[in-house]
Design a binder for this molecule. Structure first.
Ligand code: HEM
Length: 378
C-alpha cells in the first residue's frame, strides 16, 4: 500500500531476477516467442522439463520483497504457460523445477501458488519514461504470455486504473476519520475525492477496447490465466516435489480483476451490502488471492466507522448528494465492465455460463443494481 499509488507498489516493480536465476529469467524473456507458434508450443513442455534448472530459492538471494515478487511473477507465468499451453492436452502435474520455486516464492509472499492479479498486473509493469506518469501510453509489461500487443492492451489499463484509484483509497481513511470526528465538511471533501477518482477510472476502462480486441483476448491469451483444475469436477494440479502439499491435487482460481482490492475497498467504505449469491461467495474467495496488506486494508475498512450511517443520520443534502454520486460512479463502472464481460467472454462461450459454471453475467448485473439501490434520499 502506498499513499501516492494505492494498491500499486510504492516503487516500480523489479524487472530483473538475481544472477542465480539467469536461466529462469531467460525462459521468461523467451516465453512469448515460445508460445507464439504451434510447433514451438508443442515442444514447450518438454523444453521446460529438460532445460529449466531446479533452483533452491532459499540459496538464491531472494531476501527482499520486491525481488520475491519478480521471482514469483516469472515462475507463475511459466507455470500457467506449462499447464495451459494452447492446443496441447491437459496436464495434471506441475514438474518440480516449476512447482517447488513457484510454491516457495508464493509462500514467501503469503500468496497462493498461481498467477493472480498482482503478478499479472500490479507487479508487472515498467515506465517507458522513468519520470513519466503511470498511464497507459507510458507503460509496458515486464512479462507477457504472447507477442500480441492486445495482451499489454488488456493488462496495462488495469495498472492505470489502479493508479487512478489511489486518491480514492487514501480518501477512504480520510472519510472514516471525518465520521469519527463528526466533521461533515471533511467528509464531503473526501467523498468528492472518491467520486472524482472513480470518474477517471471509468474513462480508462471505457478506452480498453481501443487496445485489446475481444477475439484476441478470448482466443490467444485468456486461456493462460485460467484456473489450475476445475472446481466443479473437483480436479486440480499436483505440485511435484512440494512436501507441504503432498501428492494431493490442488485447485487454484485463475487470474481476474475480481482479485483487485479497489472495488471491495470502495464497497466496504460506502457500506454497500450485497445479497449473498454465488458471486459474493466467489468475491470473498478472491480476497485470498490478494496481497496480504491489501486484504488487511479491506478488513480495516469494514471495521471502520460507517460512512453511510453518518451521512444518513446528519441528513445534510450536500453530503448525501456526494455520497450518492460515489454510488452512481460505482454503478457506471460496473455497468461498463459488465458490457465488456459480455463482449469479451459471454458471447464467445459455447456454453455461455460463467467461468465457474455459474450465471456470472446475471450476478455482475445484480452487483450494479444493488449498488444504485443504496442511494440515500435527499
Ligand atoms: C475486457 C476486460 C474485462 C473483462 C472481460 C472482465 C471480465 C470479468 C468477469 C467475467 C468477471 C466475473 C468474475 C470472474 O470471472 O472472475 C469480472 C469480475 C470483476 N472484474 Fe473484470 N473484466 C475486465 C476488466 C476489468 C478491469 C479493467 C477491472 C478493474 C480493475 C475489473 C475488475 C473486476 C472486478 C472488481 C470484478 C468483481 C465484480 C465487481 O465487484 O463488480 N475488470 N470481470
Amino acid at each position: 500500500m502506498s499513499p501516492a499509488r494505492g494498491f500499486l507498489p510504492a516503487e516500480d516493480p523489479k524487472t530483473d531476477l538475481p544472477p542465480a536465476l539467469a536461466a529462469v529469467a531467460e525462459f521468461g524473456r523467451a516465453l512469448p516467442h515460445l508460445l507464439s507458434e504451434e510447433m514451438l508450443r508443442k515442444r514447450f513442455r518438454a523444453l521446460i522439463e529438460s532445460e529449466l534448472p531446479l533452483v533452491n530459492l532459499a540459496d538464491a538471494a531472494v531476501e527482499d520483497r520486491e525481488t520475491a515478487r519478480a521471482v514469483y511473477r516469472t515462475y507463475a507465468f511459466l507455470a500457467s504457460a506449462y499447464v495451459h499451453a494452447i492446443g496441447e492436452p491437459e496436464v495434471a502435474r506441475l514438474p518440480q523445477n516449476l512447482a517447488v520455486p513457484l510454491w516457495f516464492s508464493a509462500w514467501r509472499l503469503g500468496k497462493r501458488p498461481i498467477l493472480s492479479y498482482d503478478g499479472y498486473a500490479l507487479w508487472n509493469w515498467r515506465r517507458k519514461e522513468p519520470l513519466g506518469s503511470i498511464e497507459f501510453e507510458n507503460l509496458e509489461n515486464v512479462q507477457n504470455f504472447v507477442t500480441l500487443p492486445d495482451e499489454p492492451g488488456f493488462i496495462l489499463p488495469h495498472v492505470e486504473i489502479e493508479a487512478e484509484a489511489a486518491p480514492a483509497i487514501i480518501a477512504i481513511g480520510t472519510a472514516q476519520q471525518a465520521v469519527f470526528d463528526e466533521d461533515p465538511l471533511a467528509l464531503e471533501a473526501a467523498l468528492l475525492g472518491i467520486a472524482n477518482a472513480q470518474e477517471e477510472m471509468l474513462d480508462t476502462l471505457e478506452a480498453l477496447p481501443e487496445h485489446c480486441s475481444p477475439e484476441v483476448f478470448f482466443r490467444d491469451f485468456r486461456p493462460y490465466i485460467m484456473s489450475f483444475g476445475d472446481e466443479r469436477r473437483k480436479t486440480g494440479i499436483i505440485f511435484e516435489g512440494v512436501k507441504a502439499l503432498g501428492e494431493e491435487p490442488v485447485f487454484l482460481n485463475g487470474e481476474t480483476g475480481a482479485q483487485s482490492s479497489i472495488m471491495p475497498s470502495l464497497v466496504a467504505a460506502l457500506g454497500v451490502k450485497h445479497a449473498q449469491t454465488g458471486m459474493t461467495d466467489y468475491l470473498a474467495a478472491m480476497e485470498n488471492y490478494m496481497p496480504v496488506g491489501h486484504r488487511e486494508f479491506i478488513r480495516a475498512t469494514r471495521r471502520g466507522p460507517s460512512i453511510r450511517e453518518f451521512v444518513r443520520r446528519i441528513g445534510v443534502p450536500a453530503v448525501t448528494d456526494t455520497y450518492n454520486e460515489c454510488l452512481e460512479e460505482m454503478n457506471a463502472f460496473r455497468r461498463q465492465h459488465l458490457s465488456f464481460a459480455i463482449e469479451y467472454i459471454h458471447k464467445r462461450m459455447p456454453n455461455p455460463i460463467g467461468t465457474g459454471g455459474t450465471p456470472f453475467m446475471k450476478w455482475l448485473s445484480l452487483l450494479a443494481e444493488e449498488t444504485i439501490q443504496h442511494r440515500l434520499p435527499l
